[in-house]
Design a protein around this ligand. Structure first.
Ligand SMILES: Nc1ncnc2c1ncn2[C@@H]1O[C@H](COP(=O)(O)OP(=O)(O)O)[C@@H](O)[C@H]1O
Ligand SMILES: [Mg+2]
Length: 224
């Protein structure tokens, strides 16, 4: 069974009198453990696709199965549970909470899950160590470099032991050297934890690290 199966997925946004076809007839399977990059020019539908894969939005028509379950017909509660337990997110702007320490930000990744305080703290310490930030756990995001903030965000995504991490331009705000470090880390995370990684990126150095390349143009996805 594939991790994702998309069948004839359309997504149309209604903007005043206009209909914008952001995804057109997308059919696609993604296997567990793949590292997929998605490239394409602005407005092509990359973020829309990522939002559907993250169960943050629903298609206008078509079906999306996650681990064999049709997410398009699930209740919102079941969708939220699936998201909390199985799907990690990484963003270009890190999206850390500025008033929480690195460790507390990572712990946020666990909030919806039922664990004791000790179990949570143990999990947070382990994952911060695995991204090389044990010595920064008490720092606030503002006291960390961009690369370190993205490491915290990766730790937050990883701490719940997700099946998939969805990343939207994860190296978009980083200098070249730091980009390579984050690319190394993403690759390492995927290998060590068996996590499927789906990355939207303009960064061809990062895209090269993927095991599979998709491109999307005017809402149409193709292998490239
Ligand atoms: N919430 C929205 N409402 C209306 N139109 C949207 C919305 N989100 C995206 N779009 C439109 O859908 C198309 C695809 O957008 P998007 O998925 O963000 O592309 P990309 O991430 O590749 O730049 C664009 O034409 C965009 O303007
Ligand atoms: Mg986008």
């Amino acid at each position: 069974m594939s991790l994702y199966e998309l069948d004839s997925v359309f997504k149309t946004y209604h903007q005043g009198p206009n209909n914008i076809a952001a995804l057109r007839d997308v059919s696609l399977s993604i296997e567990a453990g793949e590292r997929v990059s998605i490239q394409g020019s602005t407005g092509g539908g990359k973020s829309t696709l990522l939002q559907l894969l993250g169960v943050l939005d629903s298609p206008t028509s078509g079906t999306i199965k996650f681990d064999g379950r049709d997410i398009t017909s699930m209740s919102e509660n079941d969708q939220a549970t699936l998201r909390a337990q199985r799907i990690g997110f990484i963003f270009q702007n890190y999206n850390l909470i500025p008033t929480l320490t690195a460790a507390e930000n990572v712990e946020c990744g666990l909030v919806p899950l039922e664990m004791t305080k000790d179990e949570r703290h143990h999990a947070v310490a382990a994952v911060l160590a695995s991204v090389g930030l044990s010595d920064r756990s008490g720092h606030l995001p503002g006291q960390l470099s961009g690369g370190q903030q993205q490491r915290v965000a990766i730790a937050r995504a990883l701490v719940k032991k997700p099946s998939v991490i969805l990343a939207d331009e994860p190296t978009g705000n980083l200098d070249e050297e730091t980009r390579d470090e984050i690319a190394d880390l993403i690759e390492q995370v995927s290998a060590e934890h068996g996590v499927t990684i789906i990355t939207v990126t303009h960064d061809s150095a990062l895209a090269k690290r993927s095991t599979r390349h998709l491109s999307i143009r005017k809402g149409i996805v193709s292998e490239s």
